[in-house]
Design a protein around this ligand. Structure first.
Ligand code: HEC
Length: 165
């Protein structure tokens, strides 16, 4: 009786061991082990070239936007009116309603540039657009608060500060 139990136990061990070897040998059981594991902090995961996040246009950075993005809106009276309204809501607190004299919040900043300055007016539309989207050192970004069309309307409006030459 006892011998039989021992034999049955041994047989069970052999079966489990053999099963383990057989399962270990099946190719798909090793997929995860042999996969190219990327350890944290070892490899930057960049999206494959020419791919887009689903339903999102690729966001291009400030350097790329400079010169490559062009204003899709015409500077119509409605677009300029919309730009004025948005400027009064979002920008005037710092840049002043005239874009030149710091507004109530802008006064507490070390430096709020005069938007009529030739150096700023010489920026491309794409650069101004991405400054509005991303913000600057101290200036906040408007990626979440303004739609692309609203940002482009603001770009047209910022042009109205250009000093006559
Ligand atoms: C909270 C204050 C604040 C608000 C609001 C703000 N700005 Fe600015 N802006 C700044 C400051 C400060 C700078 C100087 C650069 C920096 O420190 O970010 C600046 C710089 C700029 C520049 C020049 C950037 C450069 O690199 O020379 C542009 C153009 C500009 N702002 C446009 C806007 C527009 C358009 C809005 C509204 C959508 C706006 N700003 C809202 C504070 C503000």
């Amino acid at each position: 009786m006892r011998t039989r139990k021992v034999l049955a136990g041994l047989a069970a061990c052999v079966a489990v061991a053999a099963g383990g070897v057989a399962v270990g040998a099946l190719p798909w059981t090793q997929d995860m082990v042999r996969g190219r594991a990327v350890e944290p902090q070892t490899l930057m995961q960049v999206p494959p070239p020419n791919t887009l996040a689903i339903n999102h246009p690729r966001v291009i950075d400030r350097t790329e936007a400079d010169g490559r993005l062009t204003n899709p809106l015409a500077a119509s009276p409605e677009v300029l009116r919309q730009g004025r309204t948005l400027f009064d809501i979002d920008c005037a607190v710092c840049h002043g309603a005239d874009g030149r004299n710091p507004g109530p919040v802008g006064k507490s900043f070390r430096m709020v540039p005069d938007l009529s300055e030739p150096a700023i007016q010489a920026y491309s539309d794409g650069l101004i657009y991405s400054i509005i989207r991303e913000g600057g050192f101290e200036m906040p970004g408007y990626a979440d608060a303004l739609s692309p069309a609203e940002r482009w309307a603001l770009v047209h409006f910022v042009r109205t500060f250009r000093q006559p030459s």
